[in-house]
Design a protein around this ligand. Sequence first.
Ligand SMILES: Cc1cc2nc3c(=O)[nH]c(=O)nc-3n(C[C@H](O)[C@H](O)[C@H](O)COP(=O)(O)OP(=O)(O)OC[C@H]3O[C@@H](n4cnc5c(N)ncnc54)[C@H](O)[C@@H]3O)c2cc1C
Length: 393
Amino acid sequence: MLLEQQDDGLTFTEEHQAFRQSLRKFVDKEINPYVDKWEEERIFPAHELFKKMGDLGFLGVSFPEEYGGQGLDYWYNLVFLEEIARIQCGGLPMAIAVQTDMATPALCDFGSTELKKKFLAPTLNGEMVCSIAVTEPGAGSDVAAIQTRAESDGDHYVINGSKMYITNGTQADWICLLARTSPSTGFQGMSLIVVPTDTPGFSVSRKLEKMGNHSSDTAELAFDNVRVPKSYCIGEEGQGFILQMMQFQKERLAAAIMAYVGSENVIRMTIDYCRQRKTFGKPIIDNQWVHFHIVELITELEHLRQMCHHCARKVVAGEDMTREASMAKLKAGRLVRETADWCMQFHGGMGYMEEYPMARYFRDSRLLSIGGGADEIMLGIIAKYEGILPRRS
Ligand SMILES: Cc1cc2nc3c(=O)[nH]c(=O)nc-3n(C[C@H](O)[C@H](O)[C@H](O)COP(=O)(O)OP(=O)(O)OC[C@H]3O[C@@H](n4cnc5c(N)ncnc54)[C@H](O)[C@@H]3O)c2cc1C
């Protein structure tokens, strides 16, 4: 039995399952039929799609009702992520999750009421599109090395710098920006600031061409004397690094949840293919080499799913899940690579053809070990939690 049918009844109530069904219908009707077109066009209509999702209450299921969310427990959000992971590409689930799990949690948890009314509510309603901007041309894994500055000028910040590889970057109405607000170096003196993209001085330097995730737009952004009110700072000035590290936990868990569903779909597709395709007079699946490898992958997927559920339980209990979310993200990145490789292999030449979904999964899944903190960064975090990371000199 594949993972999807194994809901234990303890975690998911009938209401969760009803929510799953309505989202599944939406994905099948409003998203999957357009995926090929959007992949080809190298962009999807974020405003149009997010508005439809917002109108149905799909964005921000676990956010407070007063800001346009549904006020539901994190298990609903897990169901949400599981269902958007059924979209037939990697780019769209990623772009949607930026809106719901990557660029908005810090604003929700630490932003002022005014800021949440102005930016969070319209984002959860689907009227605004947002991005998270941490990475820079000269700093990715080493977040403490970012150079973008937000200097004080009366009641305003004046922002200068650039950000790299920003998802939704050409379509965003506002950006959750990590910038330096004091001359300190390292992880000190950074702040998270909401930057509306219609502010003079903001520009998209270029839309980046990628190996995969084609339907999602990715951009390099420039900030040239961009003035925003100091009240647009999320939480306390100078706390940005810590707030972003917290926000990363939701991002990494979301990525890991979507990974086990995406991989499960590819495994199911591979089983179907290997059942109907024959070599040497028998279905490919009847070779022990093949079905043993497939069940190895399913076993690993089940481990990942349980790990993600463990993280979800911690979120619901309000406990820190940094260690476990880092493990889940690490495991997810590696597992999707392994899944992509074996499933491609068992498809033979057909898997390599652009007309077949296997090739897209192979391309798209590779990002997971790099984006949102590379595997090596996850190893460092886990080592820190285990007390075996050498201190920086
Ligand atoms: C399609 C896509 C979408 C993205 N979307 C966003 C977004 O929306 N917002 C955003 O802020 N960023 C985004 N990113 C950026 C992403 O988070 C970074 O690419 C990632 O954090 C790695 O940073 P880097 O590319 O600068 O790699 P580098 O930091 O240069 O590292 C390169 C490699 O070196 C290795 N490495 C690095 N440090 C160590 C170490 N200490 N020990 C051992 N090995 C190490 C790792 O293997 C790593 O992959 C996106 C990237 C891509 C490709």
